[in-house]
Design a protein around this ligand. Structure first.
Ligand code: NAP
Length: 285
């Protein structure tokens, strides 16, 4: 007896640039699962109607990207992670209900575990640059691993204040001009801004001030090796890059839709690296 094909998709506006189809269709092929992962370009006006009709359209679930992540939360039954982060990036249908989660949390943590085992042992201070949606996922993730103090530095101070109010006492805020001064006793530095991304301004941070045991993580993955990761490596620091996080955040959705927990392998990473190296590499999701 053959298992009927299942399908999932990524919903965004725009969505052409998304690398998610490459990842999920690779896993479908690798594990011999009958299924397909597609792109769906859906405007904000049509998003609600689209996700309410996922099953009718033949989908077991979907990823959600810009600009729909907050709307997805309100139109589904979010788990604790999605609620805590305030955004959902993964939807699935169970028992006739549309559920949601935020896999950026596990993507960030599992990538750090893979790149810098033991990173969370007695971690006293992390500095997080940025206060957008990705920063919310990172701060929540760090708190779940018992990081004792997180200092958020953001260009727009009110957004950093909002994160401190959301996540409580272990979160502090420092001003943009104080960034370098905050790095001297930081065991982890995470860039969650778009700085350093192809076509965006450079990130200026004095990585030389970080202690020699510090770890540097960058969520940006275009270019694949960002100037921040390059400088950190040159200093001999351990690093976790944005491509690794992108791959690890995809695992949970695939498992929910296709019933198999896939592996992030060097072969898959090489496929993505080759795609990102193409001259026409477009902005990330
Ligand atoms: P977002 O909500 O729009 O937040 C953007 C952040 O970047 C804000 O903190 C913003 O500061 C800051 N920023 C933008 N331009 C800046 C500039 N010129 N100078 C200083 N700060 C600037 O976006 P997001 O969803 O959090 O995504 C942020 C980054 O994470 C993107 O590069 C995205 O591709 C990446 N990401 C990667 C993964 C992955 O799996 N690797 C997952 C999620 C996100 P203000 O508040 O002052 O505007």
């Amino acid at each position: 007896m053959t298992t009927p094909a299942r399908a999932a998709c990524i919903i965004g506006w725009p969505v052409e640039h998304s690398r998610s189809p490459l990842i999920h269709n690779y896993w479908l092929k690798t594990y011999g699962i009958a299924g397909e992962y597609r792109r769906e370009a859906v405007t904000p006006d049509h998003f609600g109607g689209f996700i309410q009709s996922l099953a009718v359209r033949g989908y077991a679930g979907a990823n959600v990207t810009v600009p729909h992540k907050e709307a997805a939360l309100g139109l589904s039954l979010p788990d604790e992670r999605a609620r805590a982060v305030g955004a959902a990036n993964t939807l699935w249908i169970d028992g006739g209900f549309l559920h949601s989660t935020n896999t950026d949390v596990e993507g960030f943590l599992n990538n750090l575990d893979a790149c810098a085992a033991g990173w969370d042992r007695n971690l006293s201070k992390a500095v997080v640059l940025g206060a957008g949606g990705a920063a919310r996922a990172v701060v929540y993730a760090l708190l779940t691993r018992g990081v004792q103090g997180i200092t958020i530095v953001n260009r727009t101070p009110s957004r950093a204040d909002a994160l401190r109010d959301r996540f409580g006492d272990r979160v502090r805020v420092a001003r943009w001009v104080e960034l370098d001064g905050q790095l001297g006793d930081a065991a982890l530095f995470v860039n969650t801004t778009t700085l350093g991304m192809a076509g965006q301004p450079e990130l200026h941070a004095d990585i030389g001030r970080l202690p020699s045991h510090a770890i540097v993580a960058d969520l940006v993955y275009v270019p694949r090796v960002t100037p921040l990761i390059k400088t950190a490596k040159a200093r001999g620091l351990r690093t976790a890059d944005g491509l690794g996080m992108l791959l690890h955040q995809a695992v949970g959705g695939f498992a929910l839709w296709f019933g198999k927990r896939p592996e992030v392998t060097p072969q898959l990473r090489a496929l993505l690296e080759a795609d990102l190296s193409l001259p026409a590499a477009s902005p990330p999701e």
